[in-house]
Design a binder for this molecule. Structure first.
Ligand code: RP5
Length: 281
């Protein structure tokens, strides 16, 4: 699985086809023209900015609004415009440039921020067990099978890590717990609230950087910090009262493996947990 590094990883989910929640077709970007360093003289992507962004407190102003004076690559008041990828992103014609290359769309599509849009992804895992509580080994690899808590996204019907956007000024650790609670417990952990709080106090950061998200554009893109919270005994997360909430349609424990297709580049993130815990893939 390719490492998600600029100039090496070719994003795939955010080029070609129709832009999400619109009828705007992306300008075609073939494999050999993804990186900005590769010439593509015919490149003329359409500009798309969803009307749902206008007037939303969580979104930037339009680029041509005289009141919009962003501080790129800096902490801009409470809005963090520093990239998680490391290094500074380029500004061209007053617009941030997607460090991973062309997407076939200019403008920010349905993303609230120009440049990086920061999310946090809690990868909550346990071992698959049989009815007697024994850990199940995969028949081919002989390795333990990891299960992750996954949600079905309401916007596209794809299974995903239950992540969400980091609010301005919010600590990533708080976002991880908040999003998990909202999406997988409908914000009500009931009697287990204390256990949930404790469980999320300690996790292992497994990824920080770009997400190959279908909403990315040439000027706006998703980034995330993904943290693994693993329940080795299965005794803690088994008590979590799971039921889908917020923008999740369904929630379930999903066996993890190569065949599982997840939203955006989430499989890539989950594979890191698999490697770390030496689980079956
Ligand atoms: C993905 O979008 C991130 O990895 C995260 O899972 C998610 C955040 O966006 P929303 O779910 O809030 O739309 O790029």
């Amino acid at each position: 699985m390719a490492r998600i590094l600029p100039g090496i990883f070719k994003h795939n989910r955010c080029r070609n086809g129709v832009y999400p929640q619109s009828d705007v077709r992306r300008y075609p970007v073939p494999d050999e023209s993804v990186f900005w360093s590769q010439t593509y003289s015919d490149y003329q992507p359409p500009v798309h900015e969803s009307p749902i962004l206008h007037g939303k407190p969580w979104a930037d102003l339009s680029a041509d609004d005289p009141a919009f004076k962003p501080k790129w690559n800096e902490l801009d008041g409470k809005v963090n415009r520093v990239s998680f990828i490391g290094g500074k992103y380029e500004i061209r014609d007053d617009c941030p440039v997607n460090p991973f290359g062309r997407t076939g769309i200019r403008g920010r599509g349905i993303l609230g921020r120009w440049g990086p849009n920061h999310a946090a992804d809690p990868v909550v895992t346990r071992w698959k067990r049989d009815e007697s509580g024994e850990v199940v080994l995969h028949l081919d690899s002989g390795k333990r099978i990891l299960q992750m808590c996954a949600i079905e996204r309401q916007d596209c019907g794809e299974w995903a890590i239950p992540g969400g956007m980091v609010d301005p000024g919010e600590k990533v650790s708080a976002t991880l717990r908040r999003e998990f609670l909202e999406e997988t417990m409908d914000n009500d952990a009931g009697d287990e609230a204390g256990t949930v709080e404790q469980f999320f106090a300690e996790g292992t950061e497994i990824y920080k950087g770009y997400v190959d998200d279908p909403r990315n554009t040439d000027c706006a893109w998703m980034e995330t910090v993904a943290v693994n919270f693993h329940d080795e005994t299965g005794a803690v997360v088994g008590r979590f009262p799971l039921h889908a909430g917020d923008d999740a349609a369904k929630v379930r424990w999903m066996d993890v493996g190569e065949e599982v297709k997840l939203y955006a580049s989430h499989s890539n993130i989950v594979k890191r947990v698999v490697d770390m815990l030496e689980a079956h893939w």
